[in-house]
Design a protein. Structure first.
Lengths: 330, 277, 267
């Protein structure tokens, strides 16, 4: 049986509509209007132990609803959810002892306490056996390079340091599943790289199953073997990222540096995407214009300095994907 | 009146902003009704318990009841904590912008503090007047209600005195603001100062009901002018020459606090400049 | 680690965090002491002028006041999490984090903060209580000590119930309802006087709706060896604090309904 099994998950919210201002609030008490929002419908997927899954989609698409249901905070309206053979919501305490959750924008540590004391407290909350806790903590501190921040109150940490401390905090009780909700949001570039590196190592070396939501497509590119795209509460795609890219964009990019002024026209079926001095970025469909043919033609007609093959940026892939499914930003 | 324009504008903008905190006003109103009701019932019990002492009291029960409701209504006119905006401006350093404007910093803060207090007090006072001044008599509970002023003279004295109370409270609030600015913290000093205000303004108990031997001292101190003097004028407990003396005391303390405040501002600003430099 | 030991750990951590600003903690404690001690100043002034009220003296009122104020101070030590629940947990979504931990939400909220500054209020309450007891020449016996402890326990349960109820409402309003201060702070205010001083409707409110009278007025009558001037039977006086526990139990029903709502709407 897969470690996470989700079948036909559905969740609707009733949102009270309220007019702005005090008058609206008073009116809302007397007569409430409701709007139903289908957050999820018929969502199904499964995840084997040790997988690293990226969850992407625009705001309001259903990512966080799914994470909340999987972590036992939210009760679904219909459908089956099994994590480690348990129903998260009904078996909350047993379930949450076995998972780790990091919300990018919220801290699970104590603002005024030194990091190490927060860790100690978490070990008590999660009932981690002292010897195991010490071994675990030391390993995580080394892995996340936290030695220098252990004695500092959380409020004094930089965002990057704090995020690394958060990840360690989520792993002290050795969960076998880690949910990461926007773990790199707001981080500077080195911190992002560090977080990605840690997640990758946890997944590879410790076999932790990771479910990651993010807006940063570089996270997905760097980490996820598999991607689920969600939009309007439905799973739009569930595949390795490369497959997704190939399916959505049957398009290649070629960047060509010319020794002279770049030409206006190349050949039929090849589109000029951008022009910068003597450099052109070309887009073409390899099925209609085979790449070797194009290169040969270029070399024959012009004096070419350099050629390299590019790929469309991942944001572009996703944007195109939503266009195809009519599921852009809500 | 071009000279007054920046101050008028500062008053108006702050006033409108504060009105939006109506929800908080409703919660505050409920609290004040509860407190007022308890006090009214307790005073009534004490007055009934000792008829001799009640007759000898400088304030009748009806006067005390009106005083209680009005003290609850005007609670926010008393200078409690520091104006949070000014405290924050000092903490974040944006106070520097106030110094760049072609206006007098003291008066700018002074009118903003005044607007802050008046805007918080006005909706609550109006609600309280409706509840204790109108609803209670309509329900046949006139004995427990916020009564009208004794006569027209008392009403006139009260109106002037209320304005002076705002002026005096604003001057006091400025001093609190400056303490906050100087210490860069608002909690410590203010928590020790609050009990003083509660007692000495008459908010806790009408000053006239404290022991007779303390009366002169209680009337002379500056906090009396922030609440007690206007209310005594309203219920007619201060009249004739005493009424004029009450107004005089308010004017006197307002001027003193403004002078102290201006001197303190200069010193605080010098220190802030040094820190900022 | 069992729940009680964990609570101890929470509180140790909370106190260490507060002691990072020792001056602030001491000032707040002193401020709380002063703000509450002045309540007695007004009572003293009234007795100075009027002598007595319905046969009660300053000492009696001090005992009534000390009991209810001590109950509230003790409650206030550990209910901060419930007090600011709406703004700090529901509105910010921080309650998610609570649900993500393998411990009961109630335990985690009780563990949220141990408010050191409340020692000021407790010190004041106990001081007033014992000075009042000395003024009325109260003879302490083991039975009376037990009755006092039981009364304060009932009061703590009642105030804790009010805090839990306030937090439960926050699941719907997402704001902390300041109106509840009327019942907590205002409850102390109301409970410091014998109920017989109040009008009938207010008395009934304090007995049947928010049973402040049951954790102050009735048991303190028993403590002072006085019969109820309003005619409640003698057996009821020391029994009444049980109502505080009933109130707490009822509040937890609302709390559970609130959590059920949160987990089905996620906000």
């Amino acid at each position: 049986m897969p470690q996470i099994l989700v079948e036909d998950l559905a969740k609707t919210y009733r949102v009270a509509e309220r007019d702005p201002g005090l008058l609206g609030a008073v009116r809302g008490l007397v007569h409430r209007r409701h709007r139903t929002v289908e957050a999820l419908r018929d969502v199904s997927f499964s995840l084997e132990a040790g997988e690293l899954l990226g969850f992407i989609g625009p705001n309001g698409a259903g990512k966080s609803t799914t994470i909340k249901i999987l972590s036992g905070i939210l009760k679904p309206d219909a459908g089956l959810v099994l994590v480690n053979g348990r129903v998260p919501f009904t078996d909350r305490i047993a379930h949450v002892s076995k998972i780790g959750v990091v919300f990018g924008q919220r801290t699970q540590l104590w603002w005024d306490l030194p990091v190490s004391e927060g860790f100690d407290l978490l070990a008590d909350i999660y009932r981690v056996e002292p010897a195991r806790y010490r071994a675990n903590r030391d390993e995580l501190v080394a892995l996340l390079r936290l030695e220098r921040v252990l004695d500092r109150p959380v409020r004094q940490l930089s965002l990057g340091q704090r995020m690394r401390a958060e990840i360690a905090a989520a792993l002290l009780h050795e969960p076998d599943i880690l949910f990461l909700d926007e773990p790199t949001i707001g981080l500077d570039a080195p911190s992002k790289l560090a977080v990605r590196e840690v997640v990758r190592r946890l997944n590879r070396e410790r076999g932790v199953t990771v479910l990651l939501t993010t807006h940063d497509m570089h996270d997905i590119e760097a980490l996820a073997q598999r991607v689920i795209v969600i939009g309007h509460g439905q799973v739009l795609a569930d595949s390795p990222f490369e497959t997704l890219r190939a399916n959505v964009l049957a398009e290649r990019r070629l960047v060509v540096d010319f020794a002279h002024e770049a030409p206006e026209i190349i050949m039929a079926g090849v589109e000029i995407r951008s022009r910068q001095g003597q450099t052109l970025e070309l887009a073409f469909d390899p099925a209609r214009t085979p790449t070797p043919n194009l290169i040969a033609a270029l070399a024959a007609a012009h004096e070419v300095v350099d050629i390299h093959v590019g790929e469309p940026a991942i944001e572009e892939v996703i944007a195109r994907f939503y266009d195809l499914h009519g599921a852009g930003e809500a | 009146m071009d000279a007054a324009r920046p101050y008028v504008a500062a008053f108006a903008s702050r006033f409108l902003l504060m009105l939006q905190y109506c929800a908080a006003a409703v919660a505050g109103f409920a609290t004040q009704c509860w407190w007022g009701a308890i006090k009214v019932m307790i005073y009534a019990a004490f007055y009934a318990a000792a008829p001799g002492a009640a007759d000898a009291s400088p304030m009748s029960l009806a006067q005390a009841i009106t005083y209680v409701w009005m003290a609850q209504a005007l609670l926010a006119l008393t200078p409690w904590g520091a104006d949070p905006d000014i405290a924050q401006a000092v903490r974040t350093g944006s106070v520097a912008y106030d110094r760049l404007r072609p206006v007098d910093t003291y008066w700018l803060w002074y009118v903003r503090s005044g607007a802050w207090m008046v805007s918080r007090a006005a909706p609550r006072a109006a609600l309280m007047l409706l509840a204790a001044g109108l609803a209670l008599p309509l329900l046949g509970l006139s004995d427990w209600a916020w009564g009208p002023p004794t006569d027209l003279t008392a009403a006139a004295f009260f109106a002037v005195s209320l304005l002076l109370a705002v002026a005096l409270s604003s001057a006091m609030l400025m001093l609190v603001n400056l303490v906050v600015a100087a210490t860069l913290t608002d909690r410590g000093a203010v928590t020790l100062y609050n009990p003083l205000v509660i007692v000495l303004s008459g908010n806790l108990l009408p000053l006239a009901l404290y022991p007779d031997w303390a009366q002169t001292a209680l009337l002379m101190q500056p906090f009396a002018g922030m609440l007690d003097i206007p209310l005594r004028l309203y219920v007619g407990q201060l009249s004739g020459a005493w009424a004029w003396a009450g107004l005089g005391l308010q004017v006197f303390w307002t001027l003193v606090l403004i002078l102290v405040g201006r001197a303190a501002l200069t010193r605080v600003m010098t220190r802030l400049d040094v820190q900022g430099g | 680690m069992n729940s009680l030991a964990l609570l101890g750990r929470y509180y140790a951590a909370s106190m260490r965090a507060q002691m990072q600003y020792p001056a602030s903690a001491i000032m707040l404690g002193t401020g709380a002491f002063l703000v509450t001690i002045i309540d007695m100043l007004a009572v003293w002034a009234l007795f100075d002028r009027f002598g007595q009220v319905q046969g009660w003296g300053l000492g009696d009122i001090a005992v009534f006041y000390g009991v209810i104020s001590a109950s509230f101070a003790i409650t206030d030590f550990f209910t901060r999490g419930f007090d600011i629940f709406g703004s700090a947990f529901v509105k910010t979504g921080a309650f998610d984090r609570v649900l993500l931990r393998p411990r009961s939400p109630t335990l985690q909220l009780i563990g949220y903060e141990f408010r050191l500054s409340r020692f000021g209020r407790l010190a004041q309450a106990l001081l007033v209580l014992f000075v009042g007891a000395a003024l009325v020449d109260l003879q302490w016996t083991p039975e009376k000590a037990v009755l006092l402890a039981w009364t304060i326990a009932g009061g703590v349960a009642l105030f804790a119930g009010l805090m839990v109820l306030q937090a439960s409402f926050a699941f719907w309003t997402t704001e902390s309802l300041e109106v509840f201060n009327v019942l907590t702070y205002g409850g102390v205010q109301a409970g410091q006087f014998p109920l017989s001083l109040y009008a009938g409707w207010f008395r009934n409110l304090l007995i049947f709706i928010v049973p402040i009278g049951c954790v102050a007025y009735y048991p303190v009558l028993a403590l002072l060896d006085q019969p109820d001037p309003l005619g409640a039977p003698a057996w009821w006086l020391p029994t009444a604090p049980a109502m505080g526990f009933l109130f707490l139990a009822a509040s937890f029903l609302a709390w559970r309904a609130g959590i059920a709502r949160y987990t089905s709407t996620g906000s």
